[in-house]
Design a protein around this ligand. Structure first.
Ligand SMILES: NC(=O)c1ccc[n+]([C@@H]2O[C@H](COP(=O)([O-])OP(=O)(O)OC[C@H]3O[C@@H](n4cnc5c(N)ncnc54)[C@H](O)[C@@H]3O)[C@@H](O)[C@H]2O)c1
Length: 351
């Protein structure tokens, strides 16, 4: 049995609390929040769980592991203190506010032989598992682009801008599907409600294979959209997370690359190709079955299994570091009007 505690009982923490309460081989022992009022509903629902506003007292309760669901600027300090107290740690996305903070936590967890995991919930989503396998098996062919949109009206945050709030999901999805380290990013954004906080942002992520990732995030959109489109040389796939029953569509559509001009005909368009226009292919659309298992439950279960079996999590500290590094570079690019920022993630292992 693993004793677990949750720090942060705002919007997202209570979801972890519910999941921990439901998981087998786990006892939800204690919860912590600096705001007493946030603790009250948790205490009402789970009277056996200890609740405190004092983080030191929380860490000294009988805990093997903790989940951190507080604002990002608190993650490093809370995680560091937990690791120093020999607790395994799962930190909500984005794992840290800087790459330096992430590196420090990785080193500390390694030294202490503790599990450090980033809460990249979508990496555990059955639909993302399906897409990963589709791409791994070569079913879509060479990947040309992955285009993601995560849009809605709100929720506005004051601690981070829209990129740090929403893009970690899409960045982690793209990284886990492409299995390449990006080489550069470029980001543009605008702010309309709070003059100091970007509420609409567009991020481009360049990969060495030539694949392009594109992420559009917004708190100012009339519709809730959570969509990822993968365009491959053989097929294309669209993942619509808002759909209840048809999350993935696979399109047998494509364009055959025309052969270069070989001197035996008129040279096609501009004399470059032996035939023009290229051949378009319109085939079937397949809607595969995707399990509706809850991603957060799968994520927390994975954390528990990694602790029990001494394994590295799929979204370990290094993956958390990659996402933070991409966000850091994007922030620089945002400040420089979309200037391309180089990334050097070469030393970080590909997932
Ligand atoms: N994985 C997901 O899908 C997902 C979804 C939403 C939020 N999140 C992440 O979860 C984290 C929390 O987000 P939220 O929306 O719940 O924020 P929130 O503001 O609603 O809640 C944060 C809570 O943390 C408490 N808190 C702040 N500093 C603290 C400290 N030092 N010690 C103890 N408690 C402290 C606050 O009082 C508040 O109750 C963020 O990192 C966010 O990005 C993840």
């Amino acid at each position: 049995m693993i004793n677990i505690g949750v720090v942060g009982c705002g919007y997202w923490g209570p979801k972890h609390i519910r999941v921990c309460h439901e998981l087998r081989d786990v006892t939800l022992t204690s919860v912590c929040d600096i705001d007493e009022q946030r603790l009250q509903p948790v205490q009402n629902q789970y009277p056996a769980v200890q609740a405190t506003t004092d983080y030191k007292e929380f860490l000294n309760s009988n805990l093997d592991a903790i989940i951190i669901a507080t604002p990002v600027n608190t993650h490093h300090d809370l995680a560091k203190r937990a690791l120093l107290n020999n607790k395994h740690v799962l930190i909500e996305k984005p794992m840290t506010a800087t790459s330096q903070e992430a590196l420090e936590l990785i080193e500390l967890a390694d030294k202490k032989n503790l599990v450090l995991m980033a809460g990249h919930t979508y990496e555990y989503h059955p639909a993302v598992d399906f897409l990963r396998e589709l791409v791994n098996n070569g079913d879509l062919g060479d990947i040309y682009s992955i285009d993601a949109a995560r849009l809605n009206l709100g929720l506005f945050r004051t601690d981070v801008n829209v990129l740090w709030d929403l893009a970690p999901h899409d960045i982690s999805i793209i990284l886990s599907i492409l299995k390449e380290n990006p080489i550069a990013v470029s980001a543009r954004g605008t702010h309309h409600i709070d003059p100091n906080t970007y509420d609409i942002a567009y991020l481009e992520i360049m990969f060495p294979s030539g694949a392009m990732g594109h992420v559009h995030v917004s708190w100012l959109h009339p519709r809730k959209i959570r969509q990822t489109t993968i365009v491959g040389s053989k097929k294309m796939a669209v993942y619509d997370d808002v759909s209840e029953t048809e999350k993935i569509h696979i399109y047998d559509k494509g364009v055959a690359t025309p052969k270069p001009y070989n001197g035996t005909n008129n040279g096609g368009a501009n004399g470059k190709f032996s035939a023009w226009p290229p051949n378009y292919r319109y085939g079937d659309v397949v809607i595969p079955f995707v399990s509706n298992a809850e991603p957060l439950k799968l994520e927390c279960n994975h954390f528990i299994n990694c602790i029990s079996e001494g394994k590295k999590p799929r979204s370990d500290g290094w993956v958390g570091l990659k996402v933070t590094s991409i966000l850091e570079a994007s922030e620089k690019s945002l400040a420089n009007g979309g200037q391309r920022e180089k990334l050097d993630l070469g030393a970080i292992a590909i997932l």
